[in-house]
Design a protein around this ligand. Structure first.
Ligand SMILES: C[S@@+](CC[C@H](N)C(=O)[O-])C[C@H]1O[C@@H](n2cnc3c(N)ncnc32)[C@H](O)[C@@H]1O
Length: 292
């Protein structure tokens, strides 16, 4: 996975601006958070210390809190407004409330000592960090022996229709969509860490919208802005570009009933602590494991 040339502060500001609208639009994000946690169904783990990276408004935080109600849970996000939102929806009177801490911090520079957590989890954040390899290295650095890394991120096919429509407008405009990784490059990135038994799988979601503007509005409401992309062409919301999208997207990617569709590929991955990197040829996608 390559460095994406994102401006972290701008990414944080875009998410901070979306704090009031995020939950209205985050249907897919909630579904992914639930599916990510379901990956632990057959995993023997009773973490005492859990770290969540990129809490947003706190949906995944609450799932982790319920699942590991005896653990100390630390949660961080680059956008202070998101941290406040997550903290405000945290059930304060529960016995475990005192065991939860919230802080504004960058996934690529975690403010924690080495080996501080037994579970390091993150849902749909990695696509927004400037250097995913550094985020992974940080996740591993703060992981304690016997600990588990668990995360989801968007994959290469995400928003492929929008990327194509933007490219039809001008080649450079396709760069307004983040270069999401494929499962192989995600596996390669994990292989560089001292981890063992890395596993990945993916889900493909097709969402439909009344028109391309509804999709653009949703992305904006989620804080998924191109403003953090360095050297980007003129923004996604220029009038000429929006008109083009409105016509071009529907022409190429609409159903019989006239609704447009958008693909979202979600990659899930998990890996256990190891002292030194293991020599795997490549990560085994879950569907290729016999009996799965
Ligand atoms: C798509 S939201 C996901 C939020 C939440 N995990 C969920 O599933 O709803 C991405 C979150 O990552 C945060 N984020 C982006 N870049 C980050 C970074 N470098 N460090 C920490 N958090 C970051 C954003 O502020 C935002 O809250």
């Amino acid at each position: 996975m390559s460095e994406q040339h994102l401006n972290t502060q701008r990414v944080g500001r875009a998410f901070a601006r979306s704090v009031a609208t995020y939950d209205t639009h985050a249907v897919l994000q909630r579904e992914v958070a639930e599916r990510l946690l379901n990956h632990l169904e057959f995993v023997q783990i009773k973490p005492q210390r859990v770290l969540e990276i990129g809490c947003g408004t706190g949906y995944f935080t609450r799932l982790l809190r319920q699942r590991f109600n005896r653990a100390h849970l630390a949660t961080i996000d680059i956008a202070p407004a998101m941290v406040v939102a997550a903290r405000n929806t945290h059930p304060r009177r529960m016995p475990w409330s005192a065991k939860t801490s919230f802080a504004a911090a960058d996934a690529c520079h975690l403010p924690f000592a080495d080996a501080s957590f037994d579970l390091v989890a993150s849902s749909l954040v990695m696509q927004w960090v400037n250097d995913p390899q550094q985020m992974l290295a940080e996740m591993r650095r703060v992981l304690a022996p016997d600990g588990l890394i668990l995360f989801s991120t968007f994959g290469r096919r995400t928003l492929s229709e929008l990327r194509q429509s933007l490219a039809d407008f001008s080649h450079g405009h396709a760069g307004l969509i983040l270069p999401f990784p494929d499962v192989t490059s995600l596996g390669d990135a994990l292989m560089k860490l001292p981890v063992e038994l890395p596993v990945s799988d993916s889900d493909l979601f097709t969402l439909t919208y009344a028109d391309a503007m509804a999709l653009v509005r949703e992305l904006k409401g989620l804080g998924a802005s191109s403003s953090g992309i360095r050297n980007r062409p003129a923004g996604l919301y220029g009038r000429r570009l929006l008109k083009h999208l409105d016509e071009n997207y529907a022409l190429k990617h609409s159903d019989a009933d006239g609704r447009i569709h958008a693909t979202f590929e979600v990659l899930y991955a998990q890996a256990w602590y190891a002292e030194a990197p293991r020599n795997y040829d490549h990560m085994i996608p879950i569907e290729q494991v016999d009996g799965c």
